[in-house]
Ligand binder design. Structure first.
Ligand SMILES: [Zn+2]
Length: 280
């Protein structure tokens, strides 16, 4: 858990918060944030770190997807939020971010933190795009690229001159990729695109900052999963039988022992979704 600098311009809170990794890019002409922490104490801590890093104003905040752990704190940083069209659509839905679900009884968060978090007003993105958006503040070249995969609104952000890519949750390190709302074939394509990019450093949605080797690990996992589910469905396995069989892949990534039950449920539900998506 750390606040780390990547090159001169980028500050990342690597595994610092319970929620997603968050980052700040100092363009020299305003700050660009990537994702926001969720809980009030984390929001304050991150604001403090940003202020130490640069005195510049926050220009924009970019959400890599619509899940609560990426966007709940948006309004505490800026209203200039950029995201994919479908991230907008999902945040606009009744509990589209899954935040209410988090506030329910089955979670590791204390009631005090839940109550404080529930007071944060949601902030919808004000600027959206469908395929690609380019930003050039202060001569820094940023590419916002539609990827899909992990969610229908997942994007990645490439800081071209720094060789850095913010992958959102299409890449995580040291934990399970979350596939409950995923499109696995699209996720595989996204990972292949990332593999082909001219980049050195990846800031994953969760877990430690990594290099391209992590792309291969996640790619192998999903190719194997897709192959197994497709093969089993093809030879007539029912959905339940396929879910049962796929559990052998559960420990492909480390699992937080306090959350085995929850992660297991998400894992199975993601397998069911993939089974339904495969059509011959
Ligand atoms: Zn997510």
């Amino acid at each position: 858990m750390a606040f780390i600098k990547i090159g001169q311009r980028i500050l990342t809170a690597e595994q610092e918060f319970f929620t997603a990794n968050v980052s700040c890019i100092d363009t020299g002409a305003g700050l660009i944030l990537i994702d926001s922490p969720c809980f009030p104490v984390d929001i304050e801590k991150w604001r403090g770190e940003i202020a130490k890093f640069s005195q510049d104003e926050i220009s924009y905040l970019i959400n890599t997807d619509f899940h609560w752990d990426h966007c709940t704190g948006n309004s505490r940083f800026t209203t200039n939020v950029i995201a994919h069209d479908l991230t907008y659509t999902n945040i606009a839905k009744q509990d589209g971010t899954g935040f209410r679900m988090l506030l329910g009884p089955n979670s590791l968060i204390s009631q005090e933190v839940k109550d404080a978090s529930a007071q944060i007003p949601p902030a919808l993105p004000r600027i959206t795009f469908s395929e690609t958006m380019y930003l050039h503040p202060g001569g820094v070249n940023l590419e916002l690229l539609y990827m899909g995969g992990h969610t229908e609104g997942t994007i990645g952000i490439r800081v071209v001159d720094e060789g850095v890519f913010f992958s959102g949750d299409n890449i995580v390190s040291g934990m399970h990729p979350f596939k409950l709302q995923a499109d696995v074939p699209q996720w595989i394509e996204a990972l292949k695109k990332i593999q082909a990019m001219d980049i050195d450093t990846i800031v994953p949605g969760h877990g430690k900052v990594c290099g391209k080797e992590q792309v291969g690990i996640v790619l192998h996992y999903f190719e194997e999963m897709l192959y197994r589910v497709r093969s089993l469905k093809e030879i007539g396995y029912s959905q339940d039988e396929t879910v049962e069989s796929l559990r052998s892949m559960f420990y492909f990534f480390p699992v937080d022992e306090r959350r085995v039950e929850q992660i297991g449920r998400f894992f199975d539900a993601g397998t069911r979704r993939l089974y339904d998506q495969i059509i011959f």
